[in-house]
Design a protein around this ligand. Structure first.
Ligand code: CP3
Length: 344
């Protein structure tokens, strides 16, 4: 099967399908016993990310179990900061930790963009392995974090509730902040292009903290970098679709879509699917937006919400997905319930 004939690609090309293609954010993850087993075999989460055979294996696990229409490369958005020279480690049960960027001096210690591939080559190898082993009908999605979201972790050295340290640097030392965003933007474009060259058929840009950028700052740090990355991809290989995910941006998703020209916009749970159908779908494919909590609780509420989401977005191009990643507490059997409600 050619790439363009895969269901996911047809939706991304603007087609309205009877049953939308479906995949889940974090579909390879701790809710699956087989993921936990492979992760234990790898050693740590980062060892898993940099082991092409095992990273490909965990990417394939949810495809084998559920037959999703797309596989997403197994890696993490924080590999780019690491490739740029930041220290990165994960604290079990807590999350990521990084060395921090708080001044021009810290920034000066980062490595040049051209050197990132030395660290990221195993990721490209994972992409190559996946293209060779995925079922013919399954599309392969590559991804990266959007510059603002990646910057929030690089500045604070960890996840934060309100992205306070990043907003503080943004207002307090604009030159350093801008230089950091530029560096990440260039690295991200190079990283995604290398994934595309290795075989990724679609790429997704995760801006998990886009909602923390007020007014003009949203234009400058969510829209502008995404625009530059999309332009770099177009210049390199014009027919690779890009999925944007300006999470928690609410109705600003509309200007995001208009300005960046992404082929799809992923929406989180807080966005009304009917609003997205009216406002976004005439311009782009919409991906989303089932509440991941329903995969913990299951039952009739899961069935109804799955059908309601598919119906709300059923008159235009739609990729069925969650509003955010599936959680470790989710019951793997509930994913079958969701798929049955969707596909019949
Ligand atoms: O979606 C997928 O299945 C593809 C792989 C993927 C991971 N992280 C694997 C992962 C993707 C696309 C990401 C994106 C990512 N990583 C984001 C953006 C999306 C989002 O969730 O908002 C962010 C902010 C990160 C950074 C990150 N990685 C955090 C904050 C954490 C800790 C939180 C947690 O869930 O434990 C991670 C770890 C991580 N990344 C895990 C996985 C499967 C869990 C690690 C483990 O196995 O212990």
């Amino acid at each position: 099967m050619q790439t363009k004939d895969k269901l996911l690609m047809r939706a991304l090309a603007g087609e309205t399908l009877d049953v939308p293609p479906v995949w889940m954010m974090r579909q390879a993850g701790r809710y699956l016993p087989e993921y936990k087993a492979t992760r234990a075999q790898a050693g740590s989460f980062l060892d898993l990310c940099y082991n092409p055979e095992l990273a490909a294996e965990v990417t394939l696990q949810p495809i084998r179990r559920y037959g999703f229409d797309a596989a997403i490369l197994f890696a993490d958005i924080l590999l780019v900061p690491q490739a740029l020279g930041a220290d990165l480690w994960f604290v079990e049960g807590e999350g990521p930790r990084l060395s921090t960027i708080q001044s021009a001096n810290d920034l000066a210690r980062l490595k040049p963009v051209e050197t990132i591939h030395e660290t990221l080559n195993p990721v490209y190898e994972t992409v190559r392995l996946l293209r060779a082993s995925l079922p013919a009908e399954t599309a392969l999605i590559g991804f990266a974090g959007a510059p603002w979201t990646v910057a929030t972790y690089m500045i604070a050295g960890q996840g934060t509730k309100d992205q306070g340290p990043a907003r503080q640097l943004m207002y307090g030392d604009r030159a350093t902040f801008d230089a950091l965003i530029d560096r990440i933007t260039d690295a991200t474009a190079a990283y995604l292009i290398a994934q595309i060259d290795a075989g990724a058929e679609v790429v997704k840009l995760f801006d998990s903290w886009a909602g923390a950028l007020p007014g003009a700052e949203f234009e400058r740090y969510a829209i502008e970098p995404a625009k530059r990355i999309v332009a770099a991809i177009r210049a390199h290989n014009s027919d690779i679709p890009v999925i944007g995910f300006p999470r928690q941006a609410g109705e600003k998703a509309e200007v995001f879509v208009d300005a960046t020209g992404v082929e799809a916009c992923a929406i989180d749970t807080s966005v009304d699917a009917h609003w997205a159908a009216r406002t976004l779908q005439p311009k782009t494919c919409v991906q989303g937006n089932l509440d991941p909590m329903l995969l913990v609780t299951g039952g009739q509420a899961l069935v109804s919400a799955t059908k309601a989401t598919a119906e709300a977005l059923g008159q235009g191009p739609h990729i069925f997905n969650l509003g955010h990643g599936i959680t470790p507490e989710a019951d793997p059997a509930n994913v079958d319930v969701m798929l049955k409600a969707l596909r019949g």
